[in-house]
Design a binder for this molecule. Structure first.
Ligand code: 5GP
Ligand code: MG
Ligand code: MG
Length: 179
């Protein structure tokens, strides 16, 4: 079953049920790893909003949840390597355990920029939790990347928070571009 979004055609890649199952496992892991620590989850908008919402409902340890906004794609299907910072962080993260929540790690440029920026505020620890990872496109090794939902091929995906030309964020499953 294909789906047309703006001028491009997509097909299903990861179904809603598979995402939910994976998120259950990831949250169980986080509950175990951060027991007694009261971490701050920082979602990177816009793409992570559904992932954060669904995952955080399964987190049972005390935690804080906040968001920051970074973008590098500007509506296209390839990374521009230019990062525009829209919102800064309003919470004090010094001495705190930080879990950055990402929709997808592609080249890793966005993430390494954010990690360096957060490190300046001396958090106790920083780890990254990303729903998706494209290992074949990673340009920088990121030791903080501890939790990954799914590894995917070098392909463009939409749905479950991820957009193409700002469309498709509302889709319950993840779809890949048919090339
Ligand atoms: P990076 O800096 O790792 O190259 O790019 C990360 C950001 O680019 C992600 O947070 C996401 O917003 C966007 N991005 C990377 N790959 C994809 C993709 O396949 N689909 C969509 N919709 N966005 C992507
Ligand atoms: Mg993102
Ligand atoms: Mg985008």
């Amino acid at each position: 079953m294909t789906m047309k979004i703006a001028d491009l055609t997509f097909e299903p890649l990861i179904e809603e049920e598979a995402i939910a199952k994976r998120i259950n496992l990831m949250s169980a892991q986080l509950n175990a790893d951060y027991e007694g620590k009261t971490p701050i989850f920082i979602g990177v908008l816009n793409g992570s909003f559904l992932f954060v919402a669904d995952l955080i409902k399964q987190v049972t340890i005390p935690c804080e949840v906040t968001f920051t906004k970074l973008a590098s794609y500007y509506g296209g299907t390839t990374s521009t390597r230019k990062i525009r910072e829209d919102i800064d962080l309003s919470v004090d993260i010094s001495g705190r355990h930080i879990v950055i929540m990402e929709d997808i790690v592609d080249t890793g440029n966005t993430l390494s920029y954010l990690i360096e920026k957060l490190k300046l505020h001396s958090p106790a620890s920083i780890r990254v939790c990303s729903l998706l990872l494209k290992p074949g496109k990673l340009e920088i090794s990121i030791e903080e990347l501890r939790y990954v939902g799914f590894e995917i091929e070098n392909e463009f995906v939409v749905g479950y928070g991820l957009d193409y030309k700002e469309l498709g964020r509302n889709l319950r499953s993840i779809y890949r571009l048919i090339s």
